[in-house]
Ligand binder design. Structure first.
Ligand code: HEC
Ligand code: HEC
Ligand code: HEC
Length: 133
């Protein structure tokens, strides 16, 4: 028990150090990311865009889980959906709502692409992250 605990704490400390290092080289202040936000970066960095911050709680209090995770087919996994702009413009994933009708449209690039460059796909401050998994 004790060994496992210190092991994960060491991993967490490493993760913190890595984040600190990354932040030290950032020319801009870190974008806002709240507890439970999902950062999606399967393609963004490679495409020269800031990674996407998906504010989960903001959406969760407005829509049922089913609306997104069943009807729109979002997998329950950070980065678990192969999302790209063609699909979004086609009305899939974020594009089912961010179409200028239900929610603001996709020309607001930096409202979604708001994470500091290099931020990996993750659930911000998740329990899993703290356990070093
Ligand atoms: C409603 C949210 C949202 C908005 C607005 C948005 N994007 Fe994206 N975009 C995403 C998501 C989610 C992904 C997938 C992120 C990943 O996996 O890295 C993505 C991926 C991308 C990618 C990489 C994949 C691909 O399609 O080539 C590019 C480039 C991109 N966006 C450019 C843009 C530009 C330019 C704009 C503004 C005209 C924009 N995005 C607006 C959510 C958005
Ligand atoms: C507006 C759409 C939307 C709603 C509503 C929504 N989710 Fe999600 N959820 C997402 C997206 C998008 C992701 C990230 C998927 C990705 O990165 O490709 C996600 C990821 C997740 C994950 C994996 C990441 C994590 O935080 O552990 C879980 C679990 C999850 N959702 C549960 C729920 C539950 C439970 C509800 C209802 C209380 C809910 N979601 C409501 C869109 C939604
Ligand atoms: C089920 C509908 C729905 C889906 C799917 C959805 N959104 Fe939203 N989103 C909304 C609505 C509605 C708002 C509030 C719009 C407003 O304030 O005018 C919003 C607001 C936001 C905001 C601003 C939050 C704030 O603090 O003001 C961001 C960022 C965002 N969405 C990103 C995304 C991304 C990225 C995806 C896909 C991974 C996505 N959304 C998918 C409906 C959705």
């Amino acid at each position: 028990m004790q060994i496992r605990k210190s092991g994960s704490e060491a991993l967490f400390a490493c993760a913190l150090a890595a984040v600190g290092l990354a932040l030290a080289f950032l020319p801009v202040p870190a974008a806002h990311a709240e507890f439970g936000d999902v950062v999606i970066n399967n393609h963004s960095d490679k495409a020269g865009m800031r990674p996407v911050v998906f504010p989960h709680w903001f959406h969760r209090i407005r829509f049922s889980c089913k609306a997104c995770h069943a009807d729109l087919g979002f997998q329950f996994k950070a980065g678990g959906n192969d999302i790209n702009m063609v699909k979004i413009i086609d009305g899939q994933f974020c594009g089912a709502c961010h179409n200028g009708e239900l929610a603001w449209a996709i020309e607001n690039c930096n409202l979604c692409h708001s994470a500091p460059p290099g931020t990996p796909t993750q659930v911000h401050e998740s329990t899993l992250q703290k356990l070093g998994k």
